[in-house]
Design a protein around this ligand. Structure first.
Ligand code: BES
Ligand code: ZN
Ligand code: ZN
Length: 496
């Protein structure tokens, strides 16, 4: 699919479907086209009671009065409420409707108000990302693929003065969206495919394709043992699949900050001996979504101009019940010397992340540590499927990541590292326990557990258990992996 900028009169564009937006109670953006179409739009608006509300649309045949074969008029809701999320929703929605006309070429008129509100770059980048992301399907295992005509070209009609500004935005949008789709592919693959070794192979391929910009090291079980990562190894113990600790490193030309991003890489989470119910286990191939984010970010890094050194760490393993699995009550020795009492083997992510965080502190001297993890069902219960939980120990870093989210259109909500709750993860016989003594606040106590291994490094924890995997289709994402966090981290890194 290609994206072209067209600094022309919308009526002159030759496309299969021309998308023209308007506001609720303000249809003025349609006036010129309506004149060219001899009042066709006005007539349809009256007939169908169209008011320009969100998700309202009309598809009209132009009968050759303008260059495009059909015109899709779509409402954006009230102008005052417009933000990046309205743009994403409206673009995804209209694309879906436009596709019903099986177009090869779509035109989309960019409204000056969007540019005023969001900047020209963000507007164009968001549209490009939305078009690519909402077009995504995981069809690898379908023997009968839908015979939908693919959109070949999207023409963005924009004021000539903005062209130079937004050319780069198209490229960036394409890179961000393909990276996000890579993360989706990885999450959507069955757990039988995306084993720790498979993720390690993906990392090696990313390094190979990077013309030496990315170095990869895969630490095998022996090396992991030598490093004393007893918490991570404890989780891996029940599985036949070997654990792989994946280490990726990207060095930028004008290096300033060093960011370590850590992705939870449980390639399948059965819960271990604290076995999950079938219902809760159904979608647990998603438990490597954090790892998928890290891999996707590294896949994109060499194509972008990023002025930071980035290290990616993935402690990948399966969480399986077996005769060799850890048992509730076992005590694990983490890499930083702390002992952990395992109460519930299903709280495994924090065990693997604890050792990865210690590794980052011991060997990487990071300016920032960011972990991304499908860590707790509690976070999904608290914030739902759209919003990731955000914790951190540095105001500066928190602000940076929130800013990135407001640009990428990924929703984050800051949660507290409540000191008084630290007691809930106190163990009677070890330094810390892996689950809370209480029933409530599970997402927070999980974050507090991680904080114990972070020390003084500026750190952020993103619990993506809600938005990593869609149980029902949304505007931007079909059911399954969403790739949440990829654009967020790329945007964050780009601004450093
Ligand atoms: N991988 C799960 C969390 C999860 C749940 C991710 C739903 C995505 C969707 C995690 O390892 C887990 O099982 N957490 C337990 C913790 C509990 C045992 C303290 C949970 O959330 O129930
Ligand atoms: Zn679990
Ligand atoms: Zn898990």
């Amino acid at each position: 699919m290609k994206f072209l900028l067209k600094p022309i009169d919308p009526a002159k564009l030759a496309s299969d479907v021309l998308v023209a937006f308007c506001w609720e109670k303000d249809l003025s953006s349609l006036r010129q086209l309506d004149e060219k179409l001899s009042g066709l739009i006005t007539e349809a608006i009256k007939k169908e009671g169209f008011a320009g509300k969100e998700n309202e649309y009309l598809i009209l045949s132009t009968k050759g009065d303008i260059g495009s074969y059909k015109i899709l008029v779509a409402g954006l809701g009230e102008r005052e409420n417009f933000d990046i999320f309205s743009l994403i929703k409206a673009t995804a929605f209209t694309l879906k409707k436009a596709k019903e006309a099986k177009p090869a070429k779509i035109g989309l008129i960019i409204d000056d108000y969007w540019i005023k509100k969001l900047t020209a770059q963000q507007t164009v980048q968001t549209i490009v990302e939305t078009v690519i992301l909402s077009n995504y399907r995981f069809l690898k295992y379908k023997s009968q693929k839908d015979q939908l005509r693919e959109i070949e070209e999207v023409d963005l009609i924009i004021h000539p003065s903005k062209i130079a500004l937004v050319e780069e935005a198209i490229k960036i949008g394409q890179i961000y969206a393909s990276a996000t789709n890579l993360a989706r592919d990885l999450v959507n693959e069955p757990g039988a495919v995306t084993t720790p070794s498979y993720l390690a192979d993906i990392a090696c391929n990313i390094s190979k394709d990077s013309s030496n910009k990315i170095k990869v090291r895969i630490l095998n079980k022996d090396k992991i043992e030598k490093l004393g990562m007893g918490a991570y190894l404890g989780v891996a113990k029940g599985a036949d699949e070997a654990p792989k600790f994946i280490h990726l490193a990207y060095k930028s030309a004008g290096s300033r900050k060093k960011v370590v991003i850590i992705g939870k890489g449980i390639t399948f989470d059965t819960g271990g001996l604290s076995l999950k119910s079938s219902e809760h286990m159904e979608t647990m191939k998603q438990d490597m979504a954090g790892a998928a984010v890290v891999l996707a970010v590294f896949n994109a890094l060499p194509q972008l101009r990023i002025a930071a050194d980035v290290v990616g760490l993935i402690p990948a393993c399966e969480n399986m019940p077996s005769a060799s699995a850890i048992k509730p009550g076992d005590i694990l020795h983490a890499a930083n010397g702390k002992t952990i009492e395992v109460i519930n083997t299903d709280a495994e992510g924090r065990l693997t992340l604890a050792d990865a965080i210690s590794y980052a502190n011991a060997f990487e001297k990071p300016d920032y540590i960011i972990d991304v993890a499908t860590l707790t069902g509690a976070c999904r219960s608290a914030l739902g499927e759209d919003i990731a939980g955000l914790w951190g120990n540095s105001e500066e870093l928190l602000e940076k990541i929130k800013k990135a989210g407001s640009v990428s259109g990924e929703k984050l909500w800051q949660m507290p590292l409540e000191k008084d709750y630290r007691e809930l993860v106190k163990s009677d016989i070890a330094d810390i326990r892996n689950t809370s003594t209480g029933k409530y606040g599970g997402a927070i106590t999980a974050a507090l557990f991680l904080a114990d291994f972070v020390g003084d490094s500026p750190w952020i924890h993103l619990d993506i258990a809600g938005p990593a995997y869609m149980e029902k289709e949304t505007a931007l994402t079909p059911k399954g992996g969403s790739g949440f966090g990829v654009r967020l981290l790329l945007q964050f890194l780009k601004e450093l």
